[in-house]
Design a protein around this ligand. Structure first.
Ligand code: FAD
Length: 429
């Protein structure tokens, strides 16, 4: 393992690796859920020591950081200026800027702010070539035309094209107020209608999250939550001017009630929402899945597969029905939640890694979930990336678009950046 401290370290390593045909695997905090940070034989290049926020300018609306800066640490720094970085993967306490860029990560605030590709203005990268070329691409301004958009090509490239050694990121002022409604519905169709109405009423949620009723039941049990919560969960937060907070909260409350919510909780600011635990159910999705799976495994060990499909939000009810049918078919207890604002669903199942039959079932389930997404006109990966786990899925999705030419072009691009195929080989293409 090489623990790089600056771009020159990375450059020397890549030139050396190029000369001796050694594979190099860049890593941030290795929280990737697609296997994209998995090394094989070769050198692991850790960027964790490059962890400085180099520059913040609220006038220019940018932060310049090294790749090993953790997203929460970036936000702590930005909060000193009353600013934030909007992309918020649930792994933000450890996920790094370089890892998030290369994963094309998103998060709960994706309903309003999209993913990393919308927030990276410029990059310093190092190429896996003879010299370990260090180069800059992109700008420090939002408007930027530099021929083909190489910055966007690197975002989401999963460490297969170049190593990121510095990033210029867009930043946003912290919102004055965030209002939140947590509502439960007996009928999924009512929840979907609520989402439609929120959009038609021209409200722009910051967060719009969903969990189906069976998952809610399991999460409530896991959290030992007192009270009688049941039904499908919708969690909506809107960021707004302080003066408008109560008015918007009223409108939101009226919409969920009009659509038949059986139980509604509200909060007029984030402190209140946290105090009332309005985000707890959604946050419990992953730990509840681990607990659920552990109760069924013989060895006591658990491996969790988290899917990451996106379907058009209008087709949520059909997608949930099909996903529950897959759960029955493969006999795998599934937790199902996701970002309904952008149609991104994270069905998750856990199993005993020492049980070969269970692994086979989970792999078949995983592939069929991707197939479902493609059938619904969605995508096999909204934010976790392709890595090693979704290469077949990528092929299936591109085939459904009518041709595999895109895959050929991607392989050709990989060849141009990395002619010897030494950088994070075996991932994506
Ligand atoms: C509990 C949990 C919750 C999660 N929630 C979310 C979520 O809400 N949204 C989401 O999008 N993802 C989520 N993820 C997935 C993952 O955490 C994110 O994609 C995260 O941004 C990855 O950051 P990392 O530093 O761990 O990167 P790593 O896992 O170390 O690396 C990810 C990829 O980037 C490459 N890479 C890393 N640094 C560099 C660099 N400097 N230059 C070139 N390539 C590099 C690696 O080779 C790899 O291909 C979650 C993961 C976990 C475990």
């Amino acid at each position: 393992m090489v623990l790089a401290e600056n771009a020159s370290d990375v450059s020397r390593l890549l030139a050396f690796a190029h000369k001796h045909n050694i594979k190099v695997y860049p890593q941030g905090s290795t929280t990737s859920l697609s296997g994209s940070a998995l090394p094989s034989d070769g050198i692991v290049l850790s960027l964790e020591r490059m962890d400085r926020v180099k520059h913040v300018s609220v006038v220019d609306g940018i932060a310049v950081t090294e790749p090993g800066v953790r997203i929460d640490d970036l936000n702590i720094e930005l909060a000193r200026y009353g600013y934030m970085f909007p992309v918020d993967p649930a792994s933000s306490p450890v996920a790094t800027v370089g890892g998030a860029i290369n994963s094309g990560a998103g998060g709960m605030r994706g309903a309003k702010y999209g993913t990393m590709r919308d927030w990276v203005l410029g990059l310093e990268i190092v190429l896996p070539d003879e010299e370990g070329t260090v180069m800059r691409i992109g700008c420090k301004t939002v408007k930027c035309r530099q021929g083909y958009d190489l910055v966007r090509l690197i975002v989401g490239s999963e460490g297969t094209l170049a190593v990121v050694t510095e990033a210029t990121l867009r930043i946003m002022p912290l919102p004055e107020a965030v209002v939140t409604v947590l509502a439960f519905f007996e009928e999924l169709a009512d929840l979907v209608n609520t989402v439609v109405e929120i959009k038609e009423e021209r409200l722009q949620p910051l967060i719009m999250e969903f969990m189906d009723s069976r998952t809610v039941e399991r999460a409530v049990k896991f959290l030992e939550w007192p009270g009688k919560i049941r039904g499908h969960m919708l969690l909506v937060s809107i960021d707004i001017n302080y003066e408008a907070a109560n008015r918007i909260l009223d409108r939101l409350e009226r919409i969920v009630e009009r659509n038949g919510a059986s139980l509604v909780y509200t909060a007029s600011n984030l402190e209140e929402a946290n105090r009332k635990g309005l985000f707890d159910l959604r946050r419990s999705l992953f730990p509840a899945q681990v607990a659920l799976a552990r109760s069924t495994t013989r060895s006591g060990k658990v491996l969790v597969y988290v899917e990451d499909i996106a379907v058009p939000p209008s087709r949520l009810a059909e997608a949930v029905e099909r996903l529950r049918a897959l759960e029955e078919k493969y006999g795998l207890p599934m937790m199902l939640g996701g970002h309904i604002g952008d149609g991104n669903l994270h069905p998750a199942v856990g199993f005993d890694p020492e049980d070969a039959d269970a692994r086979k079932s989970v792999e078949a389930w995983f592939f069929n979930v991707m197939r479902l997404a493609v059938e619904f006109g969605g995508t096999i990966s909204a934010e976790h990336g392709i890595g090693v786990m979704k290469k077949e899925g990528l092929k299936m999705e591109l085939e459904s678009l009518g041709s595999l030419k895109a895959l050929e072009l991607m392989r050709a691009i990989k060849q141009v950046f990395d002619p010897k195929g030494i950088l994070n080989p075996g991932k994506v293409v």
